[in-house]
Design a protein around this ligand. Structure first.
Ligand code: FAD
Length: 569
C-alpha cells in the first residue's frame, strides 16, 4: 500500500489565507493548525493502515451476528478515546469545540484515508445531531453520553424495497401501544452501519407511518428504535441480510427487519408527521459529507498518483514528464483542490451563519453542488488515478482501484445525484427566483475585480461569459416553468448542476489564485513560492480545460428549440 499523504499546506491555505477563519471563529490560527496536524498524524498512523485490510476482511453475518473488519476495532477505540469523535461538540457533553470548517477538514482527511471506517462514527454523529436538536430531555440524557464515548452507535433508516428516491412511498408502520411506545413493523434496506459488533447498542432512527397517517412524506414520523431496550433485552430488530457491494466492503450495509415477531419497540422523536423535517437535520450535513467523501478520496488518490508518476519511468524518463500524464496530473490536482475549496467554503458558511442568518440560503444553494459535483468529479479523479498507474492501477497492489470502488456510492446515497440536480434546479434556483445564484454571482464579480486577478484576462472573459449564459439558462427555465413545461427543465437538471459546479469551482480557484499572488510577494522559501505558483496554474488549467466544458453544456441547454424530454427512450 502506498504511503499516506495529505496536502496540509493547501488545507491551511484555504482555511487561514482564503477564508481567514481565525478572524471570525474566535480560535487562533496556531491552535487550529495544531488540532488538524494532530488529527492528520492520528489518521495516518491508526486509521489509514486499516483501509486495504478492511476492504479484504469485509463484513459478515453469521448466526444472526454481524462482524465488521477486525482491523477497525482497535483504531476505532483510540479514535473515541482520543476525543476525535467529539470535535465540534460543546464541552458540556464531553466534546472538543472547534469551528465547523476545522472539524470538516479533519473529517475529510479521515474519509480519504478510510471511508468505510469514517462512516461508523459519521452516521452516529448524524443520529446524535437529530437527538440533540429535537429529542426530549430524557432521550438526550439517556443516549447522547453513550454515543459520545463510543459505546453506542446510530443509523438513519429511510430506504425500503419500494421506497428509494421516493422516500414518501415508505410503508413501515408504527402502531401506538397506549403507554407512549409504538410497535414498529417493516423492512428497511441498504442501512449503513445497520448492525455491527463495534457498538454495544445501536440507536436506529426509523421513518415510519402511524395508523391513518397522510400519504407521502407528510405522513412520516421519526422513531427511535434501539437494538437493545432499556432493560438490556434484545429488541425485535434483526439484520436479515448483508448487502454485497462494489466497494466500501468494510461498511456493514444491512437489510433490517423490524418487528418480525410483532415485538419491536420504538418511541417517537420530535412531533408526529415531522419525521422528514427532522431527518433532514442529519441529511443536510450528510450531503455535505458525501461531497467530502468525493473530495477527500480524490485528493488522496491524486497525492499517491503524483508520487507514483514521479517514480515510474518509461521511454527513459519519469512518466510525470510525458505531456499527457502531466495534463492528467494537473487535471486531478486542480479538480481536487477546487473541490476542497468548495467544501471548506461551505463548511465555513455553517460557522458564519450564526452571525449572518441570510447565509442560510447560500448553504442551501451550495449543499447539492457539494454533494453531486464533488462525488461525480471525485469519481472521475479516481478513474484518472487508475489510468495513470497503468496496469498497476487496475490491480490491487497499490490500493488505487479501491478509491473508485469506494467512491462511487457517494453519487448514489443521500439522494442520488439526479435527485440533487432536481433539488438544485427547481428549489434552490427557480423557486428562489435565482436570488441566491445572483448573490453568489455578485461575489464572483467582486473576486474578478481584484487587482491580482487582472493578469488572467482570457480566463476572466470566459467566467464573465459563463455568468451571462447562467442568466440566459435561468430565463429559459423560467419561461418553461411558466408554460408548465417542467419536464423540459428537469431534462437538463444534471447539465445545469454540472455547469453551476464548474462555475462556482472556477470562482473559488480564482479567489485562491489571487491570495496566492498576494502571499507570493512575501514568500521566502523556494518551496513556498512553488506552492503559490501552483495555485495560479491550477486556476488557469481549470478554466482552460474544465470550465470550457460549460460552452458545450450551455449550448445543449440553450441552443435547441426541440424538447427531447417529450420523446420516448
Ligand atoms: C451502500 C449503500 C448505503 C446506503 N445507506 C443508506 C442508509 O444508511 N440509510 C438509508 O435510508 N438508505 C441508504 N441507502 C439507500 C440510498 O439512499 C438509495 O439507494 C438511494 O436513495 C436511491 O434509491 P434506489 O436505490 O431505490 O434508487 P431509485 O430511487 O430506484 O433510483 C434509480 C435511478 O432513478 C433515478 N431517479 C429516480 N427518481 C427520480 C426523479 N424523480 N428524478 C430524476 N431521477 C430519478 C435516480 O437518480 C437513479 O439514478 C444506501 C444505499 C447503498 C447502496
Amino acid at each position: 500500500m502506498a504511503q499516506f499523504k495529505t496536502d496540509l499546506r493547501d488545507i491551511y491555505f484555504n482555511l487561514f489565507n482564503v477564508l481567514k477563519i481565525q478572524n471570525h471563529t474566535g480560535y487562533s490560527e496556531n491552535d487550529m493548525k495544531d488540532v488538524i496536524n494532530e488529527c492528520n498524524k492520528f489518521i495516518e498512523k491508526e486509521i489509514y493502515p486499516s483501509r486495504t485490510i478492511g476492504d479484504q476482511e469485509g463484513v459478515h453475518l453469521k448466526d444472526g451476528k454481524v462482524t465488521i473488519p477486525p482491523s477497525f476495532q482497535a483504531p476505532m477505540k483510540k479514535y473515541y478515546e482520543n476525543g476525535w469523535y467529539g470535535m465540534g461538540y460543546p464541552e458540556e457533553i464531553g466534546g472538543m469545540p472547534c469551528p465547523h470548517a476545522v472539524s470538516l477538514a479533519c473529517q475529510s482527511i479521515m474519509n480519504g484515508a478510510n471511508v468505510s471506517f469514517a462512516m461508523y462514527p459519521g452516521l452516529t454523529r448524524g443520529a446524535m445531531d437529530v437527538i440533540l436538536k429535537v429529542g426530549s430531555q430524557e432521550q438526550k440524557d439517556s443516549i447522547v453520553p453513550k454515543m459520545m464515548t463510543g459505546e453506542w452507535g446510530g443509523t438513519m433508516c429511510l430506504t425500503e424495497p419500494g421506497a428509494g428516491s421516493d422516500v414518501g412511498a415508505a410503508i413501515t408502520v408504527a402502531t401506538p401501544v397506549g403507554d407512549g411506545t409504538f410497535k414498529v413493523r417493516g423492512i428497511k434496506i441498504f442501512i449503513s452501519s445497520g448492525d455491527n459488533d463495534l457498538y454495544q447498542n445501536i440507536i436506529h432512527l426509523v421513518l415510519a407511518r402511524t395508523p391513518g397517517a397522510p400519504v407521502g412524506t407528510k405522513g412520516l414520523s421519526l422513531f427511535i428504535v434501539p437494538k437493545f431496550r432499556k432493560d438490556g433485552s434484545a429488541n425485535d430488530v434483526r439484520c436479515t441480510k448483508i448487502e454485497e457491494k462494489m466497494g466500501i466492503h468494510g461498511q456493514s450495509t444491512c437489510e433490517l427487519t423490524f418487528g418480525a415477531n410483532g415485538n419491536c419497540e420504538g418511541v417517537l422523536i420530535g412531533k408526529e408527521f415531522e419525521g422528514m423535517t427532522n431527518m433532514f437535520i442529519m441529511m443536510n450535513e450528510a450531503r455535505l459529507l458525501c461531497g467530502v467523501q468525493g473530495e477527500a478520496q480524490a485528493n488522496l488518490s491524486y497525492m499517491l498518483t503524483e508520487q507514483y508518476a514521479q517514480e515510474r519511468s518509461q521511454f527513459g524518463k519519469e512518466i510525470a514528464k510525458h505531456p499527457d500524464v502531466k495534463r492528467t496530473l494537473l487535471k486531478m490536482r486542480s479538480m481536487g483542490r477546487a473541490m476542497r475549496a468548495l467544501v471548506l467554503y461551505t463548511a465555513d458558511l455553517f460557522d458564519r451563519v450564526h452571525a449572518d442568518p441570510t447565509l442560510q440560503d447560500e448553504i442551501a444553494f451550495m449543499t447539492p453542488i457539494c454533494k453531486a459535483y464533488c462525488s461525480d468529479e471525485g469519481f472521475n479523479v479516481a478513474i484518472d488515478a487508475i489510468q495513470t498507474h497503468g496496469g498497476y492501477g487496475f490491480c490491487s497492489e497499490y490500493g488505487i482501484e479501491q478509491f473508485a470502488r469506494d467512491l462511487k456510492i457517494s453519487t448514489i446515497y443521500e439522494g442520488t445525484n439526479g435527485i440533487q440536480a432536481v433539488d438544485f434546479t427547481m428549489r434552490k434556483v427557480l423557486r428562489d427566483n435565482a436570488k441566491t445564484f445572483m448573490t453568489v454571482g455578485a461575489k464572483m464579480q467582486k473576486t474578478m475585480a481584484r487587482p491580482e486577478a487582472q493578469i488572467f484576462k482570457e480566463e476572466l472573459a470566459l467566467i464573465a461569459k459563463n455568468l451571462e449564459k447562467a442568466q440566459a439558462i435561468v430565463e429559459r427555465f423560467g419561461k418553461e416553468a411558466k408554460a408548465q413545461k417542467t419536464e423540459a427543465i428537469l431534462f437538463h437538471a444534471t447539465s445545469f448542476l454540472s455547469f453551476s459546479g464548474n462555475l462556482v469551482a472556477s470562482w473559488l480557484l480564482l479567489e485562491g489564485a489571487c491570495e496566492a499572488i498576494k502571499s507570493k510577494a512575501s514568500a521566502t522559501s523556494e518551496e513556498e513560492k512553488a506552492y503559490y505558483q501552483s495555485k495560479t496554474l491550477d486556476f488557469r488549467f481549470f478554466v482552460q480545460q474544465q470550465l470550457v466544458k460549460n460552452v458545450g453544456l450551455s449550448y445543449s441547454m440553450l441552443g435547441f428549440a426541440e424538447d427531447l424530454s417529450q420523446l420516448n427512450v
